[in-house]
Design a protein around this ligand. Structure first.
Ligand code: CAA
Length: 257
C-alpha cells in the first residue's frame, strides 16, 4: 500500500475509493508535488478492477484554496509555457470511473476547477466557491473560464470571473453547479458512490462518457456518440442480465462485463 505525503487514500467500502487532499496548513493548496501524488492515486484506482467509483474530498475548512501561490509567484512565462505548467492537472478528466467531489469549506481558484473536473459535486452548507484569480493578476488556468460557463451560464460566470467574488453552496446549488447541498457531505458522497458502484461498471462508465460528450461537444455530435455507446451496451453481459432480471421481476446480478 503506497503512502503519500500530501493526500490520503483508502477503500472505505467495496467498490469505492476515497482520496482526501491533506495539506491542512496550506488549506490544501494544489502544489505540483500534491498533484503528482493525486495523479498517481487516480491512475492506480482507475486500473484497479475492484474500484467502480471514487470520491475526492478535502478537510472541513478547505476542499482546496487554489493553486499554490507561493510556488507560482516567481515563475516566468517561458518557464510555465515550455514546462506546460498545470497541464497534468487534467488527468482526472480522463478517468473512466465516475468521481464525486465532496466539497466543504474553500473551493477557490484551482480548487473550484478541480471540483468541476469531477463528475458530480456535492457541497456542504459551509462550502465557498470562487474563481479569485483576477485578484492576484491572473486568470483561471485549469478550466475555470470554460467549465463555469457551461455549468452556470455565461453572464453569471463572467461576473464571477471578472470580480473574483466568492459564492456560497446555496448559490452553487441554485445555479446547478452542484447537484445538492448536504449537511454530511462526505457520508452522502460515499453513499452516492456506493449506489454507482452497485451498477454494472461498463454501463456506468459508458453513461459517464456519454454525458461528457454532451458537456464537451455539440448536440449533433453528442446524439451520434450516445447512440453508438447505447448500441455497444448490447454487447455486454450486464445488458442481458439487467433486462432478463427486469422481465423476471428479480434483482440483477452484475458481472461487470
Ligand atoms: N496557495 C498557497 N498558500 C495558500 C493558498 C494558496 N492558494 N491559500 C491559502 N494558503 C496558505 C496561506 O498562505 C496560509 O499560510 P501561512 O499560515 O504559512 O501564512 C495558510 O494557507 C492559511 O491561509 P490564511 O491565513 O490566508 O487563511 P484565512 O482563513 O485568513 O483565508 C482564504 C483563507 C480566503 C482561502 C485565503 O487563504 C486566500 O484567499 N487564499 C488564496 C485563494 C486564491 O487566490 N486562490 C486562487 C489561486 S490561483 C489559481 O488557483 C490558479 C489556477 O486557476 C490554476
Amino acid at each position: 500500500e503506497r503512502q503519500y505525503e500530501h493526500i490520503l487514500t483508502s477503500l472505505p467500502s467495496p467498490g469505492i475509493a476515497l482520496i482526501t487532499l491533506n495539506r491542512p496548513k496550506a488549506l490544501n493548496a494544489l502544489s505540483s508535488p500534491l498533484f503528482a501524488e493525486l495523479n498517481e492515486a487516480l491512475a492506480a484506482f482507475d486500473a484497479d478492477d475492484g474500484v467502480r467509483a471514487l470520491v475526492l474530498t478535502g478537510s472541513d475548512r478547505a476542499f482546496a484554496a487554489g493553486a499554490d501561490i507561493k510556488e507560482m509567484k516567481d515563475k516566468e512565462y517561458s518557464d510555465v509555457y515550455q514546462n506546460r505548467f498545470i497541464e497534468n492537472w487534467s488527468r482526472i478528466t480522463h478517468l473512466r470511473k465516475p468521481i464525486i467531489a465532496a466539497v466543504s469549506g474553500y473551493a477557490l481558484g484551482g480548487g473550484c476547477e478541480l471540483a468541476m473536473m469531477c463528475d458530480i459535486i456535492l457541497a456542504s452548507p459551509t462550502a465557498v466557491f470562487g474563481q479569485p484569480e483576477v485578484n492576484i493578476g491572473i486568470i483561471p488556468g485549469a478550466g475555470g473560464t470554460q467549465r463555469l460557463v457551461r455549468a452556470i451560464g455565461k453572464s453569471r460566470a463572467m461576473e464571477l470571473v471578472l470580480t473574483g467574488r466568492p459564492f456560497s453552496a446555496a448559490e452553487a446549488a441554485a445555479w446547478g453547479l452542484v447537484s445538492r447541498v448536504s449537511e454530511d457531505v462526505l457520508a452522502d458522497a460515499l453513499a452516492l458512490a456506493g449506489q454507482i458502484a452497485g451498477k454494472g461498471a461498463v454501463a456506468a462508465q459508458a453513461a459517464k462518457e456519454a454525458v461528457n460528450v454532451a458537456y464537451e461537444g455539440s448536440l449533433a455530435e453528442g446524439l451520434r456518440q450516445e447512440r453508438r455507446l447505447f448500441h455497444g451496451m448490447f454487447a455486454t453481459r450486464d445488458q442481458k442480465e439487467g433486462m432478463a432480471a427486469f422481465a423476471e421481476k428479480r434483482k440483477p446480478t452484475w458481472t461487470h462485463s
